[in-house]
Structures are given as structure tokens and as C-alpha cells.
Design a protein around this ligand. Structure first.
Ligand SMILES: C[S@@+](CC[C@H](N)C(=O)[O-])C[C@H]1O[C@@H](n2cnc3c(N)ncnc32)[C@H](O)[C@@H]1O
Ligand SMILES: O=C(O)C(=O)C[C@]1(C(=O)O)C=C[C@@H](O)C=C1
Length: 256
């Protein structure tokens, strides 16, 4: 028996293979545009060590911290991988999942991915700058590899707003690419990351062109800077729950 066709199902393939940096001469700064949105699931899985572990764990962490009647925010949601993990993590609690991204090409495609999923928790998607998005009544907020793209001066004000919006007992999941304090460690972590990309089929040209494109756009900071800033924002428990090479994820809890 054939399945009824879903009108929300996109006609084009859900995503393509990332070959964006495979030809010499791409010297523009990295942007989350239509070309990136088309290949994003493939790009992030092959570029971020641990991404395929972090996504389901966001669901596990959400399950622990989600509160009835609250909002769960996914800030910088891209195509909604972390949004969907949160949606499933809330289970049958009465939560609204709110995904925000300022790249319209991402949000448009994200709508399709959300529509393909049939979990009953409501999801709202907003094409908006996370620096301007109103936040309230949050139990879980996720910044999964998003803060690294925000201007460093804007990071503390954003984390303060997230903290103020978080209910006691709520949490923030913050995943970031970090910079090591020590030069030798930084070099080794970078080499290992590039080995990971090579093992996933990226050429040396793709690796070096993407690296240049990200230079002024993705600004990594040290783990100590992230910890101190989360504490300054008000979070009282800050733990590293995941690390693979330079890619880490922190859990920050507001106890009161
Ligand atoms: C690496 S991707 C996030 C991946 C996604 N969270 C996931 O788990 O698949 C970073 C996203 O943050 C978005 N972004 C960066 N700065 C932003 C801002 N100021 N406001 C809203 N979205 C932003 C980008 O458009 C991009 O889609
Ligand atoms: O650091 C790199 O080389 C990356 O490709 C990382 C990274 C990220 O951490 O967001 C950069 C841009 C894309 O969003 C996918 C992956």
C-alpha cells in the first residue's frame, strides 16, 4: 500500500553533499546563506567532532530540566536538529519549543524538517536576531554552536538575558568550539580536528579554504572564559558534559 503524500514534504532532496570549498578561489567570509543551508546537515556532521552524539544528548538533558508550562529555546536553530531533540526531550510536558535563527534560508528549510516530525509538542520558529529575541519563562535554552558567531562584546549581555529568563531549576546547554590556553595544545587539537575532517572526505583545499572563511566569523574563546562568563551571568552550576578535540558542551544550571 502506498503512503499518502505529505504536502509539507519538500520536492528537492532534504540535503546535499557539502562541496562548497572544493574549488580553489572561494575567498568570501563564511555566511549562513542558501548554499550553506542546502548542505548543512552533511557539513556539520562532517565538520564538528561529536555533533552526532551531542544532538541526542540535548534531548536527554532537556528531559531532566524541562518544566511544565515553560518555554524551551533553541537559539541559532539552523535546520532544527537541536530543536527536534528538545521537542522529543520534553515528552508529554506542556512546553512550547521556540527556535530562533537570523538566516532566512535556514528557517525556511527548518519549517520543512519540523513538519516531517510528528511529536505533539508545539514548535514556533522565528527568523530573528537572538540578541533581540524576547525571552521569558524558560526551563531549557540551547546555544548549540551559535554563541561562537556572536560578537564577543554581545555575549555576556545575551547570557544575562538568558539567565534572567530562566526559571529556578532551569538550564542552559552551551556548545562551542574553544581555543586552548596553551599554544602546543591548540596546535594538536587543530591537527586532530583537521584529521577528523580529512577522515570524513574533506580535501586539504576544502579544509584550508573553510578555515580562512571562518577566520573573522567564528571567534573561539577558552573554556575558562566561557565558565567565568556563565558564572558572571548568574548560573551557579557550570559543568563540561562533553568534549571532543576543541568542541565542547557545557551545562549551566540556575538553581535559584
Ligand atoms: C552552527 S549553526 C547552529 C547549529 C544548530 N544549533 C544545530 O544544532 O544543528 C549556527 C547558527 O546560528 C545562527 N546565528 C548566528 N548568529 C545569530 C544571531 N545573532 N541571531 C540568530 N541566529 C544566529 C546562524 O544563522 C546558524 O544557523
Ligand atoms: O571549525 C570548523 O572548521 C567548522 O567547520 C565548524 C563549524 C561550526 O562549529 O559551526 C563552522 C561552520 C558550520 O556551521 C559547521 C561547522
Amino acid at each position: 500500500m502506498s503512503r499518502p503524500s505529505n504536502p509539507d514534504r519538500p520536492k528537492a532532496p532534504l540535503f546535499e553533499t557539502d562541496r562548497l570549498y572544493s574549488q580553489a578561489g572561494s575567498d568570501d567570509a563564511f555566511r549562513f546563506d542558501a548554499a550553506v543551508a542546502r548542505v548543512f546537515p552533511d557539513m556539520i556532521r562532517r565538520s564538528v567532532p561529536g555533533y552526532t552524539t551531542i544532538i541526542p544528548m540535548i534531548g536527554i538533558i532537556t528531559d531532566r530540566f524541562a518544566q511544565n508550562g515553560s518555554h524551551c529555546y533553541d537559539l541559532g536553530c539552523s535546520l532544527g536538529a537541536s530543536t527536534l531533540a528538545m521537542r522529543h526531550g520534553v515528552g508529554d510536558r506542556d512546553c512550547r519549543i521556540i527556535g530562533v535563527d537570523n538566516a532566512s534560508d535556514m528557517i525556511e528549510r527548518c519549517q520543512h524538517f519540523i513538519a516531517l516530525d510528528d511529536h505533539p509538542a508545539p514548535v514556533s520558529l522565528h527568523c530573528d536576531d537572538i540578541l533581540d529575541t524576547p525571552l521569558s519563562d524558560a526551563s531549557v535554552t540551547t546555544l548549540n554552536f551559535t554563541l561562537q558567531f556572536v560578537e564577543p562584546d554581545e555575549r555576556l549581555p545575551l547570557l544575562r538575558r538568558i539567565f534572567e529568563a530562566t526559571r529556578p531549576g532551569g538550564a542552559l546547554i552551551l556548545s562551542e568550539k574553544i581555543r586552548a590556553e596553551d599554544e602546543a595544545e591548540q596546535q594538536l587539537q587543530t591537527d586532530l580536528h583537521h584529521d577528523f575532517k580529512r577522515a570524513n572526505g574533506y580535501s586539504d583545499l576544502e579544509i584550508s579554504q573553510k578555515r580562512s572563511a571562518l577566520e573573522q566569523v567564528l571567534i573561539p574563546e577558552t573554556l575558562a572564559t566561557h565558565r567565568e562568563r556563565l558564572e558572571q551571568a548568574g548560573f551557579d552550576t557550570v559543568i563540561v558534559w562533553y568534549q571532543c578535540f576543541s568542541f565542547i558542551s557545557l551545562l549551566a544550571v540556575r538553581s535559584q
